[in-house]
Design a protein around this ligand. Structure first.
Ligand code: SF4
Length: 422
């Protein structure tokens, strides 16, 4: 069987798209390879959210030039680098055979079929292959928010929700193949359904999926602080399969910076939301995203972000240095005036703060028993995640893949937990 190779960077949405592309390629007769050198079809799934991500894609494409000359594999590029200016990309990247926008899988199908490269007929939908017991399921694409720094609405387009029935069918099929956990994906999952005739919402999906046999856990990301409603919190509190974990980006802890970012909430509103979440679901683990060095961010404004993170004590903080993305409102109207070294200093301060916080949070789990969904094995140890998305390692002779296992925690660190099966 000939091989395909997929290289993916960026968000979970890209990973979900790559799972679907892999599913398609396997259905038409190819098998996965970790090595580009042995593949007949190579797909790069790109990200341009930050300049560093875009640079990695361009470097990767450069490194594939000689392979393309020697062996002439089909080279396809998708993800957020592919926008409406495909002619420009074609000129810049002549080694690429096919450019297709995120989710426009049909273009890849058509391209391969026209060249006789679809070795077998595709006779069913693109439910991703599931070598693992957990799977990503996109529920809404695009974003209508237009935060001033963000390129997503330009590259992924406006919000488009998938029909509720389609999502239920996909999750039922995944569960029938052994998937125990699904993560529902969207740039803004809280706005799911507003563009559908029946106007279902995320709480409705959670209710429906809770009835799927075999499925043990449901997660979703990413939430927007402005859109997260009480109905969703009530569903999370009531539905047993919905995990106690939320990803809810704050981005900045200063009202003027939040306004310049057009996030649509104040620090006080965000703080109240976190209080509501924690009172509805007391054991919840919270993740957030922060940008440092946004145009005009003064030291005291950064300090407010720093202090807020110290006060709210998240389980995970993803911190990024601001980088202007061409076409966004911030890149057109604001000056990127915080020096790079200063951005890095601010990022490292937050990383250091967070390491201390999560060390303390995880230490509280010492001696407790947690439920782990076992996802894989590494260095003689099984690993999986708790309902609160903590990474847990444990040793066991038995085959534990895909099982929900009770593990007693014996060692903690900021990054993972270790324990013994009970
Ligand atoms: S909510 Fe803002 S940051 Fe998130 S994807 Fe939409 S525009 Fe980008």
């Amino acid at each position: 069987m000939p091989f395909y190779h997929i290289w993916t960077i960026g968000c979970q949405m890209n990973k979900a798209d790559s799972q679907r592309i892999a599913s398609y390629l396997e259905k038409i007769g190819y098998q996965a390879s970790p090595k580009a050198e042995e593949a007949e079809i190579i797909v790069l799934n790109s990200c341009v959210v930050r300049q560093s991500a875009e640079d990695r894609v361009i470097n990767k494409l450069g490194s594939l030039k000689s392979l393309k000359r020697r062996q002439n594999p089909i080279l396809a590029l998708t993800g957020c680098l592919v926008d409406s200016r495909v002619d420009d990309l074609r000129r810049r990247l002549p080694q690429v055979d096919l450019f297709f926008k995120p989710q426009a899988f049909f273009e890849l199908c058509r391209f391969l079929e026209e060249r006789g490269l679809a070795l077998e007929r595709l006779d069913s939908g693109l439910v991703p292959p599931s070598p693992r017991p957990s799977a990503f399921v996109p529920i809404i694409q695009g974003c209508n928010k237009f935060c001033t720094y963000c390129i997503v609405p330009y590259r992924r387009g406006r919000e488009r929700s998938r029909p509720l029935e389609e999502i239920i069918c996909e999750v039922e099929e995944l569960a029938s193949r052994g998937v125990r956990e699904v993560t529902l994906l969207g740039q803004n999952v809280d706005s799911y359904g507003h563009d559908l005739p029946e106007k279902p919402d995320l709480a409705a999906i959670l209710g429906e999926l809770s009835r799927v046999d075999g499925l043990a856990r449901i997660r979703f990301l990413t939430s927007h602080p402005k859109d997260m409603g009480q109905r969703l919190l009530e569903a999370m509190a009531q539905l047993e399969k919905v995990c106690e974990h939320l990803s809810i980006p704050i981005q900045a802890g200063d009202d003027d910076i939040l306004r310049a970012m057009r996030r649509g909430y104040t620090v006080a509103q965000y703080r109240q939301l976190i209080e509501r979440i924690r009172s509805a679901i007391p054991d919840i683990a919270l993740s957030t995203d922060v940008i440092v060095g946004f145009p005009g961010e003064r030291e005291e404004q950064f300090q407010r972000s720093y202090d807020l993170l110290g006060e709210l004590r998240f389980d995970t903080v993803h911190v990024a240095c601001y980088s202007p993305r061409p076409g966004t409102i911030a890149s057109r109207r604001l000056t990127d005036d915080v020096p790079y070294e200063e951005k890095v200093r601010r990022r490292e301060m937050i990383e250091h703060l967070q390491e201390g916080i999560v060390t303390e949070i995880n230490a509280q789990l010492l001696g407790s028993t947690v439920e782990v969904l076992v996802e894989n094995r590494k260095n003689e140890k099984w690993w999986g995640r708790t309902r609160t998305d903590k990474l847990v390692f444990f040793e066991d002779e038995a085959d534990r893949l895909g099982q929900l296992v009770k593990v007693r925690i014996e060692k903690t660190s900021p990054w993972s937990l270790q324990g013994k099966v009970e």
